[in-house]
Design a protein around this ligand. Structure first.
Ligand SMILES: [Mg+2]
Length: 343
């Protein structure tokens, strides 16, 4: 039922989107073809979920200690079924739904993450079976304080838990690249207040915004890309993120490239896979086969690669295997309508 609704909506959306977009004139690369925008929009969300799923069997495994993943097979530490996804997709769905229903409201975002943690809301198995330490710490703090920005800032909290769920933010601000960057950083602070986590989200939010606008891969991966010209000159990135944004992933290879939970390494690994490959599938397999925090490296890769190649560039048999695909599509469609100002 929800699937039918989504498909019907998609046709209507394609017709009404062009007029509602309000890109600045300097983004001439954007082709203004409504169906292509919808394709990229869906690619970012579905790419996140697919990348998450693909990494499931090798999460926590050291590099080169396992048979490389070549298809969506499930399994892993949580013994998941084929197509079942993890906290990356659950928290992204919470964020997408919050944006669609409430606009950018950090307290509402945290309430949904808490509902996921406590009640299994937006979980593929209806329970929360995996949560990062930093996110848990932030949710404990939120339960007591109800403050909007509960993300710890200590050195050990510079994890990838806010980057892995980011796509809904630049998708929500699809017609305003500046807000896409700024709100990406703010969205991190609900659970991850460390400046490196915040800056990884600001930079990556800008990249996704650029991909949605139709920028080429060479443009996106050029030194310190921003969809808002000169933005990083005025709003500098922390050194470690600046190094990645300047192209560290172009000159490194494994084991220097590693699928770790540290946000800097995670961002670098996802961009390495995107840079070194020429299709969604090829890069996705490179990302998850780094092992370690494989599902999250996959989810981060999947956001930018999905936005760039579009839904049509993601293997159809991977999308169709996703568990609760109707829920993902329904949530995505509601975000799309809100983003494009379509009733
Ligand atoms: Mg995960």
């Amino acid at each position: 039922m929800m699937k039918k609704t989504f498909q019907e909506d998609e046709k209507t959306l394609n017709k009404s989107i062009t007029s509602s977009l309000n890109y600045p004139t300097q983004t001439a690369a954007f082709d203004n073809e409504s169906s292509e925008v919808v394709n990229r929009f869906q690619g970012a969300m579905l790419g996140l979920a697919v990348g998450d799923c693909m990494g499931v069997p090798v999460e926590f495994k050291s590099p080169n200690t396992f048979e490389p993943v070549s298809d969506m097979i499930g399994g892993g530490s949580f013994d998941l079924k084929v197509g079942e996804w993890t906290d990356d997709t659950s928290t992204a769905l919470c964020l997408a739904e919050s944006l669609a229903e409430k606009g950018f409201n950090p307290v509402d975002q945290l309430e949904r993450y808490l509902k996921w943690y406590r009640e299994g809301y937006m979980s593929v198995t209806d329970v929360c079976f995996d949560i990062g330490n930093t996110t848990r710490e932030a949710l404990y703090r939120f339960e007591k304080s109800h403050e909007p920005y509960c993300g710890p800032k200590s050195e050990r909290s510079a994890g990838n838990g806010s980057l892995m769920r980011l796509a809904p933010v630049p998708l929500f601000y699809i017609s305003d690249p500046l807000l896409a960057i700024e709100k990406s950083g703010e969205s991190s602070k609900t659970t991850h207040g460390h400046p490196l986590a915040v800056d990884a989200c600001r930079y990556f939010g800008g990249l996704i915004a650029g991909a949605l606008m139709g920028c080429s891969k060479a443009e996106l991966l050029s030194p310190k890309f921003s969809p808002v010209p000169g933005y990083w000159d005025e709003n500098q990135l922390k050194r470690e993120i600046d190094e990645v944004a300047s192209g560290s992933f172009k000159v490194k290879n494994p084991p220097e490239i590693a699928g770790r939970g540290y946000v800097v390494k995670c961002l670098e690994a996802a961009l390495w896979a995107f840079y070194k490959s020429s299709s969604f599938k090829e890069g996705c397999l490179m990302a998850v086969n780094l092992g370690d925090d494989a599902d999250t490296t996959g989810a981060v890769y999947g956001q930018i690669a999905g936005a760039y190649y579009g839904k049509n560039g993601i293997p159809e048999n991977w999308i169709s295997k996703l568990s609760k695909l109707d829920l993902i599509q329904f949530t995505m469609c509601n975000l799309l309508k809100k983003s494009m100002n379509i009733p």
